[in-house]
Structure formats: C-alpha cells, structure tokens
Design a protein around this ligand. Structure first.
Ligand code: IPM
Ligand code: MG
Length: 363
C-alpha cells in the first residue's frame, strides 16, 4: 500500500477550520482508494511569531523536505503581524522548493452562482499558469534615504530566461494534455498574458521566451493579450481562454478576478508545483485567512477540498482526485448543503461532511 506523508500548515484566521476539512477529505480518499496518509501539523503562524519572533523555524524547509506534499490553510493576520512579514513564509516555501508553477484552475461547477452574467459551466474552464518564483516577486530592492524628503524605494523585477521558458513550456504541455479545442489541427490555446507595450524590458523578454517555446508546439494555437485587456476579456468572453501563462504578479491579480467567474474565492484552489518532484509541492485555497471569521465555521471549505483534489492528482492518485471532484460537483449540484457565500446557513464542517458523504456513497 502506498503511503504518503503530508505536512499540514493551518496558518492563521480560518486556516484551522478549513484545514480540518481538507484532512477529512484526504483521509476519506485514502480509505476508499487504498493508500495511506500520515499527516503532521505545524503551528507556523502569526501567533508563533508573537511568541518566538519567527513565523516558522529556521530549518523549516529541511523539515518540510521530508514530506510528499504540503497543505497550507491560510497565512496572515495584519492585526498581529504586518502582512509583508507573515506572508514571507509563503514566498520562502514557494521559492525554496522551486515551486515555479502556480497552477490555478478556473472552473465553474454546475449549481454554483456567480455574479458575472457571461459565466456558465459551459463558458468557464480556464487554467492559469502563474510563474511562481521570480518576476515582480523577486525580492530585490531597498529603501533609501528613508525618513528624509529625498526618500525612495526600489523594487526590481527579475525575469530569467530559464524562469520564463519553463513557465511557458509547462503551459504549452498543459494545453496539449487538456486538448480543450478538440481533435483538430490545433488542440489547445495558450494565451501569453503580457504588458510588453509598457514594460519594455521584462515583458519584451517574456514575450521572446513565449515565442521561442511556442515553436515546439505547432499543435497549440498561440494567443497574446495585455494583462489589462485580459481582465476585460475574462469577463466579456471567458470561453475564449484555455491556458493562460502569466508572470507572478499578473497571475496573482487575474486569478482573484478569475475566482469570481467560478463563484467566488470560496471555490478557488491553487497548487504551487515543483514539476520535477525534487521538492514537495504545496496546495492551498487561494483566499486569505479572514481573521474576523475565525472559529465561526462559516467559510466555504470547497476551495480547500479542491486543493486536496489537486494534491492527489499531483501524487498520481488520479482516481482519488477525480473521485473528490465528482463528490464536490454532486454536492454543489444538489445544493442542499451550502455555506453563507452560497446563500445557505450550513457550517464549514457540514459542507466538508457532505462531500465526504458523497464520496462514501459513490465508493
Ligand atoms: C496568493 C496571495 C499571495 C500572493 C499573497 C498572500 C502574498 O495573494 O497566493 O495569491 O500574492 O502570491
Ligand atoms: Mg492572490
């Protein structure tokens, strides 16, 4: 029997309650699909920072390195620790484990309401590949002459050829695998999310990497749009998009927008992937920690459950992954158990239990 070691970092705010539902579904999948899971929970959080002066211990990456995958609840509580300090933990793991792909599917499941009129289960099926280790998040810069009238700050984006190329290559390969456009001459489409009309070094370079990689994928349609225009087109014509490859910051922004196409932040999950599997990958809901809702058990656990689904797929437990997805879809389609964001009154754990129930009923 295959056995997986999974690190769980609940984090701050509602992180604990959604992590419980993630672990519930992980254990259910293991039960049904004949593998075993050993989870270990780490209390790395703002509370830990207040006690010890650090979010996570200095050897955190060594510790996590022994796991097959990581589930992250949510980090940050600005009332306790400034966000740029607490969230550094997230960015350190992404960079330290070379999780250079941030996989963010945008899919609207039947039964889920969205405020966007163009969004239907038929029109919304997009995969955003966000470059996840460099670009605008490269952590390069400084404050100068601080506290004087001549103060200034510098924040420099770093775009390496290797970094751009591998993000695009992953995107093209994903499009080939999805084959969203069917079996014609072009089986998929990769949209390059750029801003090379204004960012005349970084994004021109980024476009060059896109064109270079595209040459190896004659079966994939090429497409390019400026990030501001993509924000408009996501709403106006979501069905156009198949795979979108974006830099770190642009990918961050368009996936919050994309979450509204899929019904809101309660549904949006992401995987921080090290494709070579040299390091563990990390899966998380893309929403924040919502400290004001802590312990109220009102937040939607579907995003976290979807993160578990992505984790299972990454671990090559394809059957278990698709079973989780089926159960999520049937629960949402039935519409009987709904958290507040879905217009219901059920608690976080009631929704998690409903998905578990759906899995057991269809095992
Ligand atoms: C995300 C988040 C993070 C990011 C923040 C919390 C640093 O918004 O995962 O999308 O910008 O990457
Ligand atoms: Mg974000």
């Amino acid at each position: 029997m295959h056995s997986y070691r999974i690190a769980v970092i609940p984090g701050d705010g509602v992180g604990a309650e959604i992590s419980e539902e993630a672990v519930r579904i992980l254990n259910t999948a293991a039960d049904i699909h004949g593998f075993s899971v050993a989870t270990e929970t780490f209390d790395w959080s703002c509370d830990r920072y207040l006690e010890t002066g650090e979010m996570m211990p200095g050897d955190a990456l060594d510790t996590l390195g022994a796991f097959d995958a990581i589930f992250l609840g949510s980090i940050g509580d600005a009332g306790k620790v400034a966000d740029h300090i607490s969230l550094d933990m997230l960015l350190t793991i992404r960079k330290g484990f070379d999780q250079y792909v941030n996989l963010r599917p945008i899919k609207l499941y039947p039964g889920v309401a969205t405020p966007i009129r163009t969004a239907t289960p038929e029109t919304v099926d997009i995969l955003v590949i966000r470059e996840n280790t460099e670009g605008e998040y490269a952590d390069n810069g400084g404050f100068f002459k601080r506290g004087t009238p001549d103060a200034f700050a510098l924040q420099t984006g770093i775009f390496t050829w290797k970094g751009c190329e591998r993000a695009f290559r992953y995107g093209f390969e994903a499009a080939r695998k999805r084959a969203k456009l069917g079996t014609g001459e072009k089986v998929g489409r990769v949209t390059n999310c750029t801003k090379s009309n204004a960012l005349n070094y970084s994004m021109v370079f980024w476009d060059e990497a896109y064109a270079y990689v595209a040459k190896d994928f004659p079966d994939i349609e090429t497409d390019m749009a400026l990030v501001d225009a993509i924000s408009m087109w996501f709403i106006k014509n979501p069905q156009w998009f198949d795979v979108v490859v974006a830099s770190n910051l642009f990918g961050d922004i368009i996936t919050d927008l994309g979450s509204m196409l899929q019904g809101g932040m309660g549904f949006a999950a992401g995987g921080n992937i090290n494709p070579e599997k040299i390091y563990p990958s990390m899966f998380e809901p893309i929403h924040g920690s919502a400290p004001k809702y802590t312990g109220k058990r009102i937040v939607n656990p579907i995003a976290s459950i979807e993160a578990v689904r992505m984790m299972l797929e990454h671990l090559d437990e394809e059957e278990a992954g698709s079973h989780v997805q089926q159960a999520v879809m049937s629960t949402l389609a039935a519409g009987e158990v709904r958290t507040r964001d879905m217009g219901g009154t059920n608690t976080t754990d009631e929704v998690g239990a409903a998905v578990e129930q759906a899995m057991r009923a269809s095992a």
